[in-house]
Design a protein around this ligand. Structure first.
Ligand code: OFO
Length: 173
């Protein structure tokens, strides 16, 4: 059975995963209407779906353990970006914030001696290592490319391959 504080903290994570899903959906939509960013758009559509899966996994766990998973109210995410680079910076910052939040949850699970939740959260710990790594690599690539148009062409063409390498949860394609 989940404690009240653990249930609240997990529901907070549900909200964060849902917000990430919406944020990436907005990135996908913005990228889709820019010339030549089809690969980036595809990347964020899939990323958005994946965050929804993360949210669902948490909700099912909360309910399974005798809690009540709350469908969250969400704020509208950023829907426009001043550049591709700034969008990817938002992506990395979002992932760092999620990792920090997962770490706090792990901390709470240990404090409460809730080993079932601690065990469940290890999947998210590993997932965040992968996601932060991918976001960092993509930011580094964009930094190298700068304004070079052929570099940006290749970045867009190859971005899906970074998902294939990073896939560990069966959702990355
Ligand atoms: Fe939910 O995986 Fe990153 O944010």
């Amino acid at each position: 059975m989940l404690s009240k504080s653990m249930q609240e903290a997990l529901n907070n994570q549900v909200r964060l995963e849902a917000s990430s899903s919406q944020a990436y959906l907005a990135m996908a939509s913005w990228a889709e209407i820019q010339p030549g960013l089809d690969g980036v758009a595809e990347y964020f559509f899939l990323q958005s779906e994946e965050e929804r899966v993360h949210m669902l996994k948490l909700m099912r766990f909360v309910n399974e353990r005798g809690g009540f998973a709350v469908v969250p109210v969400l704020q509208q995410p950023n829907i426009t970006f001043k550049s591709l680079k700034s969008m990817f910076e938002d992506f990395l910052n979002g992932e760092i914030a999620v990792s920090n939040s997962i770490n706090e949850l792990v901390d709470l699970a240990l404090k409460e001696k809730d080993y079932a939740t601690h065990n469940f959260l290890q999947w998210y710990v590993s997932e965040q290592i992968e996601e932060e790594k991918s976001a960092r690599i993509l930011n580094e690539k964009l930094e190298l490319i700068g304004e070079d148009k052929s570099g940006l062409y290749l970045f867009d063409r190859d971005i899906m391959a970074t998902r294939q390498r990073g896939g560990r949860d069966g959702h990355k394609k």
